[in-house]
Design a protein around this ligand. Structure first.
Ligand SMILES: [Zn+2]
Length: 482
């Protein structure tokens, strides 16, 4: 009865109707919901329009091929901010640039050669393929030369006497589990290996190492080094840090098993003074509850080696397409749909943190935050870090998105997007498309993260997931429960 009365109160906009047989309704089981026919029609229209439109692909081509890599503090990042803001204004949205101070790290020379190893042909060296980790300090301009000590993991390093490590270059040969990635758990495989990228330098430095090299965190094909940010801990000396291609990490480990290996390493990155940058925020105002906000987002900054196509140009343009389609079809969401292109996800997360500070008092009115940051692979559905009730209310999305093979609505144990994590911690439901990420980490943070890695059809499917989820949440009779 209580449910029935509530339905009546929702009047004509009632989004949920009781479709459960009485026998089930009398039990303790959750009630399946359906959305009102009008909303269903609009969601179908949005889904079909997303598939028919090349807007998202044209936008990501622009970001990657015309503007290029967009590392925080770079001229390209600044240009991308202006470009996105202009594009959002062109769509008729209310645009704000939210100031964010970002780190400005620039890559320099990055070379390494093996200068001593077992069986070496006289007078020769072997070149290694590597890249500096974001935030790394530099070696002397002429480089440094030291013996290497290869370990599989932190435990093995800790088990070594300090004298075995002092003055040497530590090589962490921690393998990225490609089998796990191939089975659809790429994020988990990444999580296991990325700790070495983030913390390896400080752990090695505390043992007296003069530099730290990791095995690249990602797929091992094509001898590609994968960059990414590190974090120096306050209680350890800052030593230069890089990532070897997986093949070269294997090479060094092989040679080290035969005897002494000596390496000449030159990394000359620089950290310049912080730069003023921006989150681009563009509101499509809600018709009934403009103060209530549903975020659609991706991060605008990228690493500098490639052109930031799958990480995360794709996420930005999926979110752009969401507001573009709603505008284009003349639909009027009841709540505000807020597009955000986050700045500095890759090496500082200043954008997400700044938003959390500046908008703290409005979090009560943040109904949901969607971020896409796992590429542009075929989506199989949408994940939500939200309460059971909210996930139940989102279930009807499954039937709509099933048409494109994205009919899974799944509850997760935490936020999938880094930038929306502060919102998530504050209790705001966070959502992401569930993407096929089996090959994502082959290209992630490499020079091969380029436009050709994006399949236009799959990008459009992701846009469909983003817009259908966002529009539904923005139009439900009640805010999504927490
Ligand atoms: Zn990313």
């Amino acid at each position: 009865m209580k449910i029935f009365r509530k339905l009546l109160a929702w009047s004509i906009f009632a989004s949920f109707t009781l479709t459960t047989p009485l026998s089930t309704a009398l039990s303790q089981q959750a009630q399946p919901y359906t959305y009102p026919p009008g909303l269903l029609t609009e969601l179908k229209q949005l889904e079909q329009s997303a598939l028919a439109s090349d807007y998202a692909y044209r936008q990501v081509a622009r970001l990657c091929n015309n503007i290029g890599p967009r590392l925080s503090g770079s001229p390209q990042a600044a240009h991308a901010v202006r470009y996105i803001a202009d594009e959002m204004r062109r769509l008729g949205l209310d645009v704000q640039l939210e100031k964010v101070m970002v780190t400005h790290w620039v890559r320099g020379v990055e070379t390494a050669e093996l200068v001593k190893f077992a069986g070496q042909a006289p007078g020769t060296t072997q070149k290694l393929v590597l890249t500096a980790l974001g935030g790394s300090v530099a070696t002397p301009a002429e480089g440094l030369t030291a013996d290497v000590v290869v370990v599989q993991d932190f435990d093995q390093l800790q088990s070594l006497e300090k004298e075995r490590v002092a003055g040497k270059i530590v090589v962490f040969n921690k393998r990225f589990d490609q089998q796990m990635a191939a089975q659809g758990f790429a994020g988990n495989a990444y999580g296991q290996a990325v700790a070495y990228r983030v913390a390896g330098a400080s752990v090695a430095a505390r043992k007296g190492a003069v530099a730290s090299l990791i095995r690249s965190v990602g797929g091992a094909d094509y001898r590609l080094p994968h960059t990414g940010s590190l974090r120096y801990e306050d209680n350890a000396p800052k030593i230069p840090a890089g990532a070897l291609s997986a093949e070269d990490a294997e090479l060094v480990a092989y040679l080290a098993s035969q005897g002494d290996v000596r390496l000449h390493l030159t990394l000359t990155p620089q950290t310049l003074p912080d730069v003023e940058s921006y989150n681009v925020i563009a509101d499509l105002k809600g018709s009934e509850h403009p103060e209530q906000v549903v975020i659609v987002s991706g991060h605008l900054d990228s690493w500098d080696l490639g052109t930031g196509a799958i990480d995360d140009g794709a996420g930005v343009v999926i979110a752009m397409q969401a507001v573009n389609l709603i505008k284009h079809l003349g639909l009027k969401p009841k709540r505000t749909i807020r597009f955000i292109a986050w700045m500095n996800e890759e090496n500082g997360l200043a954008g997400g943190r700044t938003y959390a500070i500046d908008h703290k008092n409005e979090f009560g009115n943040h109904v949901a935050a969607i971020e896409s940051d796992l590429g542009a692979g075929h989506p199989t559905g949408v994940s939500a870090h939200a309460g059971a009730k909210a996930v139940e209310i989102l279930q009807p999305l499954a039937a709509i998105l099933q048409e494109i093979g994205a009919g899974v609505v799944r509850q997760t144990s935490g936020a999938e997007g880094a930038d929306v994590t502060p919102l998530d911690v504050a209790g705001v439901p966070t959502l992401s498309p569930i993407q096929d990420s089996r090959t994502y980490f082959n290209y992630h943070h490499t020079s091969a993260d380029t436009l050709d890695k994006i399949n236009p059809r799959e990008l459009a499917e992701n846009a469909a997931v983003m817009v259908v989820a966002a529009y539904a949440i923005a139009c439900l009779p009640d805010p999504l429960p927490r």
